[in-house]
Design a protein. Structure first.
Length: 103
């Protein structure tokens, strides 16, 4: 399970091309995503297009999500020496339900 390797940061800029177009033309410009930052590691390697493999892949099961538990937060807390059950972690409501009708 390797990450997507999309770590560059960009800004969206509107580029107007209104000059010399008839007034009824519906297309007056476009957005351009301009890269403004790149992530370079201390060894000089870039992550863009490469991605990373997590040391310990932790993914909540469908059952955990259905019950409102958060095993990912519980695992992260354990790495910092805090004992937290998935049920206790779920009480923070970092994972929330979204109804299909809200999408």
């Amino acid at each position: 399970m390797v990450s997507g390797g999309a770590v560059m940061i960009g800004e969206m800029h509107w580029v107007s091309i209104e000059r010399d177009l008839p007034a009824y033309t519906p297309f007056f410009g476009f957005y351009a995503d301009i890269t403004i930052e790149d992530l370079v590691m201390s060894d000089g390697k870039r992550l863009e297009g490469v991605g990373v493999m997590p040391d310990a892949p932790v993914v909540p099961s469908g059952e955990a999500l259905n019950k409102g538990n958060d095993p990912v937060l519980a695992f992260a807390a354990l790495l910092f020496g805090v004992e937290l059950t998935p049920e206790q972690a779920g009480a923070f409501h970092f994972t929330t339900r979204v109804r299909e009708s809200d999408m």
